[in-house]
Design a protein around this ligand. Sequence first.
Ligand SMILES: [Zn+2]
Length: 66
Amino acid sequence: MENGSFKCPECGGQNIKVPAETKSLEGMTGAICVDCSREFTKDDVIAQAREVAINRVRDAIQRSPK
Ligand SMILES: [Zn+2]
């Protein structure tokens, strides 16, 4: 997952500081927005991941030949 797809729920900023190098969703918990210092809760991470997943599926559907 690219970090660029994560957005701060508070200010919409995309400068998200991930606590440790991680490839897992759980690892994103505790990530901090550089702009407003909002900390990502587990719920935030899940909500964002769901949004990203929906967008990816939507993209795939639009790109698939009819
Ligand atoms: Zn923020």
